[in-house]
Design a protein around this ligand. Structure first.
Ligand code: IPM
Ligand code: MN
Length: 351
């Protein structure tokens, strides 16, 4: 297969972990006879420095023209501590999601047998966890009306959803549930929020189209508790943007390290793959960050192009590296930590 992939390495550890994902993907391409063209493009603080904006039009054009986008991380501490900054790297991420129409963010949470004891949660509670949070990504409070009133002394953000936005996300949820255990949980706050009541009403109306799917409705606060108490209760979950943002960070704790979990963001046309971790600026340039979430994001990309064996090969070699202790410092025991690039080299060699 011929694939043209846009590469947005971004900020912080983005470029280093991306390098490993490209090495691994090139090794896969060689092994299975695919031809991948990587087209790099600027984003984040790097793009602000170069052209004054975090998601430039040139970058958008490259993403639109590509078969898919691989994305590293975005964010820089020099903006975090300056609430008055007019242009922020994160705006680039939001603009990109919106302009590429990436309305569904697929964030899996699973455990690695060799890492179960790394999780702060007890083995018996998490062993065998395998869930997917489908987070709505281009609506809600992230994109609703916001502003200041009262001479700047009152601030507001609004959570707005249309039935169409909920329907297209829920449809993906039902379809995903059909390929798995046929269990779908709709996470909302319908006891308080009007937008959540629309979510519930919309999803309830769709149930008849998927008679085999068993749907449950749970409030987000209760889910936040149950997710770490008994994650195996869940399979496919659907939720709005901000709830999904919070729950997916929480869920990542189950696997033992934030540096492990990949994600996919998809729309009608475009597809983007990125680790769920951020730019981790403290580690930038040190060759110490865990590249596995980025590498596993590339595996999700292959999977979505029906290159199932290719994806399985990546996952198998990642598992093998974990079992053999070829890990970066976030996962290392007894002092032996491998560098980001060494983990990448090892994966390539073993493919
Ligand atoms: C994420 C991140 C982003 C979000 C930030 C960086 C804007 O936390 O991808 O989860 O809130 O969506
Ligand atoms: Mn987040």
């Amino acid at each position: 297969m011929k694939l043209n992939i846009a590469v947005l390495a971004g900020d912080g550890i983005g470029p280093e972990v991306m390098e490993q994902a490209l090495k691994v993907s090139d090794a896969i391409a060689k092994k299975y006879n695919h031809e991948i063209t990587w087209t790099p493009a600027l984003t984040g603080a790097a793009a602000i420095d170069a052209v004054g904006e975090p998601y430039p039009d040139d970058t958008h054009a490259i993403c639109e023209a590509a078969d898919a986008v691989l994305f590293g991380a975005i964010g820089h501490p020099r903006f975090d501590n300056d609430p008055s900054a007019k242009v922020r790297p994160e705006q680039g991420l939001l603009k990109m999601r919106q302009k590429l129409g990436l309305f569904a963010n697929v964030r899996p949470t699973f455990t690695f047998p060799s890492l179960i004891d790394k999780s702060p949660l007890k083995r018996e509670r998490i062993e065998g966890t395998d869930l997917i949070i489908l987070r709505e990504l281009t609506g809600g409070v992230y994109f609703g009306k916001r502003g200041r009133l009262d001479n700047g002394n009152t601030a507001f953000d609004t959570m707005t959803y249309t039935r169409a936005e909920i329907t297209r996300l829920a449809k993906k949820g039902f379809e995903l549930a059909m390929t798995r255990s046929k269990k779908l949980c709709c996470v909302d706050k319908a006891n308080v929020l009007e937008s959540s009541r629309l979510w519930r009403e919309t999803v309830q109306a769709m149930e008849k189209d998927y008679p085999e799917v068993e749907v449950s409705y749970e409030f987000v606060d209760a889910v936040a508790m149950r997710l770490v108490q008994w994650p195996k209760a869940y399979d496919v979950m659907i939720t709005e943007n901000l709830f999904g943002d919070i729950l997916t960070d929480e869920a990542s704790v189950i696997s033992g390290s934030m540096g492990l979990m990949p994600s996919a963001s998809v729309g009608e046309k475009n597809k983007l793959y990125e680790p769920i971790h951020g730019s981790y600026p403290q580690a930038a340039g040190k060759d110490i960050a865990n590249p596995l979430a980025m590498v596993l994001s590339a595996a999700m990309l292959f999977e979505d192009f029906n290159l199932t064996e290719e994806a399985a090969t990546i996952r198998a070699v990642v598992n093998k590296s974990l079992e053999e202790g070829i890990v970066t410092e976030d996962l290392s025991e007894n002092g032996k930590a491998y560098k980001t690039s060494e983990v990448g080299d090892w994966l390539v060699k073993n493919i």
